[in-house]
Write a protein that binds this ligand. Structure first.
Ligand code: NAD
Length: 549
């Protein structure tokens, strides 16, 4: 496994990343003055230090907000939201469209910043940033239609109409993780904004600058003041305060924290969406093209150094394809390069911090102690950067090993041979999680058949994760311990609205009439009911026949 450049320090981070961290910290909603960055000591109680994973160096600090800061931000958001809700959906969507264009125009600055605070490779940073304008394009074009009033069938034809209107819930709290700080704050914030809500975003304390930079761009795009605010600070302080103040919470993070978020949202009787962890399976069927599958599996397992919720951590291969696949997969894995430079040389960057490195190391060591074979990787690479770890392929993994049961969230995957597709499906489903899966085959129809039997919110056939994640019109989310609710598509927008059904009677009050004897009316009403049922059965039959042709 080769490496590219030596560790990259803050001074090497070009443009915005190096110059503007203090400005960005000043945009956080909160009482404290951000500490003077770049080498100054921490500001104490009122500030949180932020470190560059590529070097371990402190790069700045942001306010450590408390509950009163959160309340003040939500109050400001609430004031701004009333007028925004009354703004036509097309105008709101146009702001989101302009924001997407700005994210493209400012891409170099945003990529530098993203690399600086996450330590990810430039390639991974590009994949992440690309997602922002893609999502904006979808929302700008489709959201007004999704939010428009809808006519539904009334009580009975000619008697009354029913119209559904969609109203913003108010202020949405977005709590996001460190692994994709741009994508995962925006994938939840932008649909909330386009639906007429205000957003108060709490980024992870390790990566606060991405959300702050995008907040600035939203303002440049024309988003009125106060509608998108960022509260920086510790999760256990800011998170609960936010859930207590907002009307809906969109959370992305670990299953463990997700449960506490859901409990609190439940107590407050507010809605929540939870995008949580996974232990994602990848299934290789015996008719797969092994070279293509090996390239896809490398992307599935090692994108963002495996710190991707959609990453594959378990591979099941039908026996005839096992040896050829394993050879090709190890070969492709060994081609990967490690590095933290601000160019496109490295495939994998750094892990986020020492705790994540310890987690990865302990999962691999535990697997080794239980008899696993390390085919490639299995070493930390502090010569590249303090928290780098080699992409690692394991076989002969004990089913009770931590790596087999828990999410590693690092560049580690175990590969096993299975006798047939049914066993692969059973193994894939043998997990409390159900986020993402991937199926590889030479026969797409067979792939879809297998995909239908895998208990995950997204299943990709002959692709790692982009075939589903990149489909902005289709819902994305998890089964089981991987979460509740969906982002993307109409589902991702409608989670942020209350539906209101307006029924209008054309015949006065829908009750027993004065002028007809009640027993006649009751008989007539039941006769109309069964006639109506027969008529709708007929309509369904005609529709089915028509569809078949
Ligand atoms: P985490 O749950 O520790 O933190 C996520 C966010 O929650 C952070 O902003 C954190 O500050 C905040 N938080 C911490 N304690 C809180 C509390 N008590 N109340 C409210 N918020 C609180 O997550 P992590 O371990 O740092 O992130 C990695 C995890 O996120 C992995 O399990 C990964 O699979 C998951 N993830 C899921 C998706 C998805 O779309 N399903 C995407 C990315 C990451």
């Amino acid at each position: 496994m080769s490496s590219t450049d030596p560790p990259t320090a803050l001074d090497d981070a070009p443009t915005l990343a190096a110059r503007r961290l203090d400005d960005l910290a000043g945009r956080a909603a909160g009482r404290s003055d951000p500490a003077d960055a770049r080498g100054e000591p921490a500001a104490g109680d009122g500030a949180l230090d932020v470190f560059a994973p590529a070097t371990g160096e402190r790069i700045g600090s942001v306010p450590a907000c408390d509950a009163s800061d959160v309340d003040a931000a939500v109050e400001r958001a609430r004031e701004a939201q009333a007028e925004w809700a009354a703004t036509p959906a097309e105008e709101r969507a146009a702001v989101i469209g302009r924001f997407g264009d700005l994210a493209v125009d400012r891409r170099d600055e945003l990529l530098d910043l993203l690399q600086l605070e996450t330590g990810k490779s430039r390639r991974t940073a590009v994949e992440e940033l690309f997602d922002v304008p893609t999502g904006c394009g979808y929302l700008a074009n489709e959201a007004p239609g999704v939010l428009a009033d809808e006519r539904r069938a009334g009580v009975a034809p000619g008697i009354a109409t029913a119209t559904v209107t969609y109203e913003p819930v108010g202020v949405v709290g977005v709590i996001s993780p460190w692994n994709y700080p741009l994508t995962l704050s925006m994938a939840d914030a932008l649909p909330a904004l386009v639906a007429g809500n205000a957003v108060v975003c709490k980024p992870d304390e390790k990566t606060p600058y991405g959300a702050l930079a995008l907040g600035e761009l939203l303002e440049v795009a024309g988003l009125p003041d106060g509608l998108f605010q960022v509260v920086t600070g510790e999760g256990p302080t800011v998170g609960p305060a936010l859930i207590d103040a907002v009307d809906y919470v969109a959370f992305t993070g670990s299953t463990e924290t997700g449960r506490t978020v859901a409990e609190r949202a439940g107590r407050n009787l507010i809605g929540c969406s939870l995008e949580l962890g996974g232990n994602n399976p990848l299934v290789v069927l015996d008719d797969a093209d092994v070279d293509e599958t090996a390239r896809g599996a490398v992307q599935a397992c090692f994108s963002n150094a495996g710190q991707l919720c959609l990453s594959a951590e378990r591979i099941y291969v039908e026996e005839p394809a096992y040896e050829p696949f394993l050879d090709a997969f190890v070969r492709e894995t060994e081609r990967l390069t490690l590095g933290t430079g601000y160019d496109y040389d490295a495939d994998l960057g750094s892990l986020i911090d020492a705790a994540q490195l310890d987690r990865v190391r302990s999962h691999v060591d535990d697997a080794r102690e239980r008899g696993a074979t390390v085919l490639t990787g299995g070493r930390a690479r502090s010569d590249v950067a303090p928290y780098c770890y080699e992409p690692t392929v394991l076989t002969d993994v004990d089913p009770d090993a931590t790596v087999a049961c828990e999410e590693t969230f690092g560049p580690v995957v175990s590969v096993a041979s299975v006798p047939d597709a049914e066993t692969a499906i059973r193994a894939a489903n043998d997990s409390p999680y159900g986020l993402n899966a991937s199926v590889w085959t030479g026969d797409r129809d067979r792939g879809v058949e297998v995909a239908r039997q895998v208990d995950c919110g997204t299943v990709n056939v002959n692709d790692a994760f982009l075939a589903t994640w990149g489909a902005a019109d289709a819902p994305m989310g998890g089964f089981g311990d991987s979460g509740l609710g969906r982002r993307h598509g109409p589902e991702g927008i409608r989670r942020y609205v209350e539906s209101r059904t307006i029924g209008v009677s054309r015949v006065g009050p829908l009750t027993f009439p004065d002028r007809i004897p009640t027993d006649w009316f009751v008989r007539g009403a039941f006769a109309a009911l069964s006639l109506g049922r027969r008529a709708s059965r007929g309509v369904r039959w005609v529709k089915r026949r028509f569809r078949r042709r």
